[in-house]
Design a protein around this ligand. Structure first.
Ligand code: AMP
Ligand code: MG
Length: 560
């Protein structure tokens, strides 16, 4: 069997013969207020080849391409809040036209669909041209407030960049991308958004674990939304090909539309751009570490130039705190993209981006300097984040380092649910607990629920926890924090509701049977991740035992 780490087999011809969607002349009032401004296709060089077949595309930033006509599109879910931000009105949202447009069945007159050309380093190796293999950008809208949003269908059929794959997506991976894109937004983690999730009515064949068991699954399309979907790989490809003029064009385009505060294109502006990408990327990773998110495939083609989480594939949610955990079975041996390694990998990816920009700047030194400063800045941000997770606000240098290290040692020494632990810790009135007679009698009841294996809670563990709580309490007292203040602060940064791997899988199991209720329910609950939602406590429980080793719950592949 040949090993295909990223792409499932397609069996399709290279030239697509299926019918394309029709442009809809505007005869009704739906979507009429949307103001399209397709800057990417207007400002950047296009691939002159109009036929849609897999190939290398030199000398261009994108290829114009049409979505494949879905046979029977049905709406699974829509993010009403995002629709609101996009100024899509209620009648449009509820119309059949909405489903047609966001399944690729109908195109609006002002749309100009295209797939981007980009490259990337995959698992540490330069992979050459990758590109939007199954993402089709429909166009960009600018809201009345001046916010630019690119609309992109993921899973709407093949493009010149599909390589050996089919350009489609299955429902299970689309539910995961849709739900978490929105959930991350509400967690206040920078992210691309998701407007809608539809099923296409067409079957898509996938060999989920690349083990010779292909199965027909339901095809689905997510409409992703972001100011831009530019990735590190969009710059790397032109540097790798020596197409420096295009590298300059796409970088200048980036500055003009997304970093206008950095000024007109110049060597200084490029350096400032790199610096800001570093800052945003590091900030994004710190958020991931705060909430317990593991991306799973941090290849440079999956790194947004805006520092937004992008490309939700075999990601996972840290349940028991384990810095070595990766959800991605394709990464199980090297664990390159494990939870605790994400900060370093981001830096490695930024170095690749810096390499791509050296030809524009003419010398590596200014970029090198930024790279050298990154670890210390990242560490400072991480310290600040950890302090906030404990409700504290007055840093104390080495004392903090010790406090955090002891805590992380505790968390990893026995199977501890990170999310439940921090919520429980917020609830525990530490001083009252330590002053009480109960203090030496085991685990405080507020924390009990965060452990997976009671037998691991030895006397030694309990003693260490006790000592750590004492150290922590001194800090709380020094900051003169009341229990209520600390709890409020902690509950603002330590979410109660996260998209646990098994919850996503339960929603998928139902959706596969045509029942979309859990997808929609989770979307609602995850809108307020930091709030107590007593009616939804069942979604804030630790992973049940059945989910410990179930595919989809603890193991995911890139097959999607
Ligand atoms: P990923 O690791 O999922 O970000 O994908 C890596 C590359 O493979 C990107 O260029 C994707 O567009 C492409 N790709 C992934 N899945 C498919 C698919 N089913 N059809 C076409 N291209 C794909
Ligand atoms: Mg990708």
């Amino acid at each position: 069997m040949t090993f295909k780490p990223h792409l499932a087999s397609s069996g399709l011809d290279l030239v697509i013969k299926r019918v394309n969607p029709k442009v809809m002349p505007q005869t009704d009032s739906f979507f009429t207020n949307l103001n399209f401004d397709n800057s990417f296709t207007r400002d950047l060089p296009a691939d002159p080849e109009e036929r849609n077949f897999c190939r290398q595309v030199p000398g261009a930033c994108y290829s114009r391409v049409q979505p494949v006509l879905p046979s029977n599109p049905k709406l699974v879910s829509v993010s009403k809040d995002l629709a609101d931000s996009l100024e899509i009105d209620e009648p449009t949202l509820n119309s059949q036209r909405f489903v047609e447009v966001f399944s690729g069945k109908a195109l609006l007159e002002d749309m100009d669909p295209f797939a981007m050309c980009y490259g990337g380093h995959q698992f540490g190796h330069w992979a050459g041209q990758l590109g939007d293999g199954r993402a089709i950008n429909l166009g960009e809208i600018v809201t009345t407030e001046g916010q630019r949003w690119a609309l992109q269908l993921k899973g709407a059929g093949p493009t010149p960049y599909s390589r050996r794959a089919d350009g489609f997506a299955v429902l299970r991976s689309s539910v995961r991308e849709y739900l978490l894109s929105e959930a991350m937004h509400y967690l206040e983690v920078p992210t691309t958004r998701a407007l809608s999730l539809v099923t296409t009515g067409d079957e898509v064949v996938r060999d989920m674990f690349y083990d010779g068991n292909p199965k027909a699954e339901l095809g689905a399309i997510v409409c992703r939304v972001a100011p831009t979907f530019l990735r590190f790989g969009n710059y790397q490809i032109f540097a790798a090909r020596g197409e420096i003029e295009i590298l300059k064009q796409i970088t200048d385009y980036t500055l003009k539309h997304f970093f206008p505060h950095l000024g007109e294109p110049s060597k200084e502006a490029y350096v400032a751009l790199f610096n800001e990408v570093c800052e945003r990327t590091s900030e994004m990773i710190i958020h991931w570490m705060r909430v317990g998110f593991v991306h799973g495939v941090m290849n440079t083609d999956n790194m947004s130039i805006l520092g937004q989480t992008i490309d939700y594939g075999p990601y996972g949610w840290l349940e028991d705190y384990d810095p070595n955990w990766t959800p991605n079975t394709t990464d199980a041996t090297g664990r390159r993209y494990r939870f605790g390694h994400q900060g370093q990998i981001a830096l490695w990816n930024l170095v690749q981006l810096a390499n791509a920009w050296v030809p524009l700047i003419g010398e590596p030194e200014p970029l090198q300097k930024i790279i050298e400063d990154y670890p210390a800045k990242y560490q400072a941000r991480w310290n600040e984040m950890m302090l906030s997770k404990l409700g504290l606000s007055q840093p104390q240098g080495d004392v903090d380092a010790e406090l955090f290290q002891q805590l992380l040692n505790l968390l990893s020494s026995v199977e501890t649910d990170m999310t439940l632990f921090f919520r429980g810790l917020a609830q525990l009135d530490i001083k009252t607990h330590l002053d009480s007679e109960e203090a030496n009698k085991g685990i405080p009841k507020e924390l009990k629920n965060s452990y997976y294996k009671e037998e691991e809670l030895t006397a030694e563990y309990q003693q260490k926890l006790h000592l750590w709580l004492k150290d922590y309490n001194s800090r709380i007292q020094e900051e003169k924090l009341t229990q209520a203040e600390r709890q409020t602060r902690m509950n603002r940064v330590n979410p109660k509701y996260v998209l646990r791997n098994y919850l996503a899988q339960l929603a998928i199991d139902k959706a596969d049977k045509g029942d979309n209720s859990l997808v929609n329910e989770l979307l609602e609950v995850l809108k307020n991740p930091y709030d107590e939602q007593p009616d939804h406590d069942e979604h804030a429980q630790k992973r049940p035992e059945w989910a410990r080793n179930r595919p989809g719950c603890s193991m995911l592949s890139c097959s999607s």
